[in-house]
Write a protein that binds this ligand. Structure first.
Ligand SMILES: Cc1ncc(COP(=O)(O)O)c(C=O)c1O
Length: 386
């Protein structure tokens, strides 16, 4: 089946956070969901499940567990057993749960800003300390890890490293050597790794996602991997994600911490996830090719018409990270584009250290909508003499 990602489907009045937050005249390119319909097999499976009409508590011994194990083996040659999977209602819930379960007040949680804002909040919610090892941006607009800094930031308080791979917002898909290095440092220092891999399926040509836990059994014993079909198949509102925990003691600790606080996933989320994983591949391949086209179009537009904005090179995700520090606008670039161009992005400063002066542009939308956003940006800049 051929999917039409160019189709513009109105989302106002559909309880969409992305489309409700700002007024009628603002085009939203912020929160990370896409303006595309999910794969047809997902819609069909949901319709069939809804017509059953009974929506009681879900069980977690479903066919979905088997499907996830097969997927891990097929995509990453990673052997995961059914008892190593824990269903969760969300990835953010997952890493907050882990920070609570694995740190005491005053202990340290390592992160790599600029990073997805809930990473910045999670240590504080648990009264732990946020330890920053910022990523480094080079002159080719490429982010990398400063390993000396990474090592130095870890001290005897550090208990947990929150890894974001693929990295939101900088779009890096970390290479095997980088992952190996980070993991070895964590193992040497007895630091657990919580790896948020929610964007694992949105990877561009020439790159490969590698779950850090798949590198070796020793690394797997110290790692909790968080994944979900939500970004990939645009089903974030259905509340399903999962953790892979191969260390049985760690699994017990997390299950204990979850009690009474974390609910089971949404039953429709389970239905959607199973259909997506079993029958969503054809849609995903077409989506990736469309997103790659959007990325190229966005690059070409900016390079030719707004060259003062630097685009950092991304390897995955549908999030562009635009360095607007060269365009001097009165307020932040985020406020400028919101007020003067009628386009809503995420303000780079909410991603922590190194995010000031940047905006995050979600290009998971029909190309015509993305281009309208870009044209609005350009016009607003022309008006102030750029
Ligand atoms: C890195 C990352 N983790 C987690 C989430 C959200 O996950 P969930 O909706 O499952 O809590 C997002 C959403 O943008 C994200 O980018």
């Amino acid at each position: 089946m051929q999917y039409n990602f160019d189709e513009v489907i109105p989302r106002r009045n559909t309880d969409s956070e992305k489309w409700n937050k700002y007024g009628e005249n603002i085009l939203p390119f912020w929160v990370a969901d896409m303006d595309f319909q999910s794969p047809q097999p997902v819609i069909d499976a949901l319709q069939e499940r809804v017509s059953h009409g009974i929506f009681g508590y879900p069980s977690d011994d479903s066919l979905l567990i088997e499907s996830i194990c097969i997927r891990m083996e097929y995509l990453y040659q990673w052997k995961v057993n059914p008892q190593e999977i824990l269903f969760l209602p969300g990835v953010v819930t997952g890493f907050n749960l882990l920070v609570h379960a694995l740190t005491q007040p005053g202990e340290g949680v390592l992160i790599q800003p600029p990073v997805y804002p809930p990473f910045l909040f999670a240590p504080h919610y648990a009264k732990a300390i946020q330890q920053n090892a910022p990523l480094i941006l080079d002159s080719k607009n490429y982010y990398s890890i400063d390993f000396d800094l990474f090592k130095k930031t870890i001290n005897d308080k550090t208990k947990l490293f929150l890894l974001c791979n693929p990295h939101n917002p900088v779009g890096r898909v970390f290479k095997r050597e980088e992952l190996q290095n980070m993991a070895e440092i964590c193992l040497q220092n007895n630091v657990f790794i919580c790896s948020d891999e929610i964007h694992a399926d949105i990877i561009y040509q020439g790159n490969k996602h590698i779950p850090i836990a798949s590198l070796s059994p020793e690394i797997a014993q110290k790692t909790i991997t968080l994944m979900a079909p939500s970004k990939t198949f645009n089903i974030a509102g259905l509340g399903f994600s999962f953790a892979i925990i191969q260390n049985p003691d760690l699994m017990e600790t997390v299950k204990k911490a979850r009690k009474g606080l974390v609910s089971s996933p949404n039953v429709l989320g389970l239905t959607a996830a199973l259909a997506a994983y079993n029958y969503g591949e054809e849609w995903l391949l077409q989506l990736l090719s469309y997103l790659q086209g959007n990325w190229q179009t966005l690059n070409d537009f900016i390079l030719t018409t707004i060259p003062n904005i630097n685009i950092t090179s991304i390897e995955g995700t549908y999030l562009a990270w635009l360095d607007c520090r060269n365009i001097s606008v009165e307020k932040s670039p985020y406020e400028f584009f919101l007020n003067e161009a009628g386009v809503a992005f995420n303000d780079g400063k909410i991603f922590g250290s190194g995010g000031e002066g940047f905006i995050r542009f979600n290009f998971g939308c029909p190309r015509s909508v993305m281009l309208e956003g870009l044209e609005r940006m350009q016009k607003a800049l022309v008006k102030i003499g750029w």
